[in-house]
Design a protein around this ligand. Structure first.
Ligand SMILES: *Cc1c(COP(=O)(O)O)cnc(C)c1O
Length: 471
């Protein structure tokens, strides 16, 4: 499989290349040159398989030329064996036509473990083969950081620098990152928002000398490997609930657009998905974009607001670029021009044709903090499910969606309620406890460095830490 950049100005790469590269050199994101196709029979043949077995079938076409099937099977099996639920991603019924896939049974209790536990193993596998080292730099709104740290700790071939926005992640989230004791893990608390952290990562990648010196790579959803591993649970869920004979609508709590974009990829691969409902908090740039009267396709940034669902406190959804690439007929120059203009002017019109095409498959629904809290309570009272503030936004987005017809609605639960215990407690008077493997989290020592939002300072810090470790 060949991968191409959404801005058409970087070399085409194979899977090994995209995994190790992360962000394309022209600032774009890698996507497969074409989508592997699953026929109805291929989809039927997934029935009755375990999560790991489905994962192997879905991932194979993306990696086959660089990872032998035998090795892929072993890596995938080892990954999902470690999860805390025997179904890996259990699916629950919450209403007559409403289902919920729980993606919080990995080590750090958010859906990001599902891709990153595998990505960590893929890095290790390929770096051993190449006898090479990399430096991972990641921005986190809370959950990517801990999932990446957990996936890469103690791996000799990887140094990990995770940048989180100071005081803007929950205490559980921060402690999950800062209490991991491993000499290759470095936590930075940046004085800024998540968007500032994400821009910092992009700017570090744009420094080609620095980038080459340390072999930078990424664990954010700008890395294609992450999206690839997330396609799996769309297949897993749909097949479990009757695909290819039924059609689906997925409701996805969305920040960086990575998770829902993986669903779009599944649809492109032949999974019968009618549409996606994008759930967001008050940072609702996508809801505004997909509003029915926004026919010129205007997208405009506004300042990031702090909400009860911090992992979605994002304005600029980086994976939207991958969707845009398709909607502009894979014209990389047009994507580059549009996004540079958007950066500069904070607003852009993508045009009626491109917008109406995207609007056929995406709808946006946003919830205020008050609605989020009320919904956690209502859902608990009516179904017995205790949901975290992100998952409940996904669920409510599904419930509020229009034109459901006879589609099955599935929402994705992206975090365990114990990751956001204060909000859940305020809403329901129930304090969700951490699972056993994290029960002493609040007693562990923390380790992180506070740094200003200044690229020179961050670069110096990274240089220093790497040279200390190799000394
Ligand atoms: C990261 C995250 C999201 C947003 O996912 P994207 O892929 O960035 O859209 C939603 N919920 C939780 C709990 C998360 O950690």
């Amino acid at each position: 499989m060949k991968y191409i950049s959404t801005r058409s100005g970087a070399p085409d790469l194979d899977f090994e290349g995209v995994l190790l590269t992360g962000l394309a050199r022209d600032g774009g994101l890698y996507v497969p040159e074409n989508w592997p196709q699953f026929s109805k029979d291929d989809i039927k043949n997934l029935r009755g398989l375990t999560y790991s077995e489905v994962a192997v079938k879905v991932i194979q076409p993306f990696v086959r030329d660089v990872i032998p099937d035998f090795d892929l099977k072993a890596l995938v099996k080892d990954t999902y064996q470690q999860f805390n639920h025997s179904a890996t991603a259990p699916i629950k019924q919450l209403g007559p036509n409403q289902w919920l896939t729980e993606l919080f049974h990995g080590p750090t209790l958010a859906f990001k473990d599902y891709p990153l536990q595998l990505v960590g193993r893929l890095f290790d596998y390929i770096l051993k083969k190449r006898k090479n080292k990399i430096t991972i730099i990641g921005a986190t709104s809370g959950d990517t950081g801990s999932a990446a740290i957990e996936a890469c700790k103690d791996k000799k071939s990887i140094d990990v620098f995770i940048i989180h926005p100071k005081n803007r992640v929950s205490e559980v989230q921060r402690r999950q990152m800062t209490t991991v004791k491993s000499s290759n893990i470095h936590n930075i608390a940046l004085d800024g928002t998540f968007d500032d952290c994400q821009d910092m990562v992009k700017d570090l990648f744009a420094d080609q000398v620095f980038r080459d010196k340390h072999n930078l790579s990424a664990v954010n959803s700008i890395n294609w490997a992450r999206i690839m591993a997330q396609i799996v649970y769309y297949f897993w869920t749909a097949v479990s609930l009757g695909a290819p004979d039924r059609k689906f609508i997925y409701a996805v709590p969305t920040g960086n657009f990575g998770n829902v974009y993986a669903g779009y990829a599944a649809k492109k691969m032949g999974l019968p998905i009618d549409r996606f409902i994008i759930g967001s908090n008050e940072n609702n740039i996508l809801t505004r974009f997909f509003a029915p009267d926004n026919i010129k396709g205007r997208m405009s940034m506004s300042p990031v607001v702090k909400t009860l669902s911090p992992s979605m406190d994002i304005q600029v959804s980086s994976n939207f670029e991958r969707l845009l690439f398709d909607s502009l007929d894979r014209d990389g120059k047009a994507v580059a021009n549009a996004l540079e203009a958007f950066r500069k002017n904070q607003t852009i019109e993508f045009g009626e044709q491109s917008w109406s095409e995207m609007s056929k498959i995406f709808e946006g629904i946003s919830l205020s903090d008050e609605e989020t809290k009320a919904s956690i309570k209502n859902i608990y009272n009516s179904t017995g499910e205790l949901l975290d503030p992100h998952s409940v936004i996904g669920l409510m987005a599904g419930r509020k969606a229009k034109n459901i017809n006879d589609n099955i609605i599935v929402s994705l639960a992206t975090a365990h309620p114990a990751k956001f215990p204060d909000t859940v407690n305020k809403a329901t008077s129930i304090y969700p406890n951490l699972p056993a493997h994290l029960s002493d989290l609040f007693d562990r020592d923390e380790n992180f460095t506070e740094l200003p939002n200044n690229i020179d300072t961050i670069r110096d810090y990274i240089n220093k830490k790497i040279s200390e470790r190799s000394a």
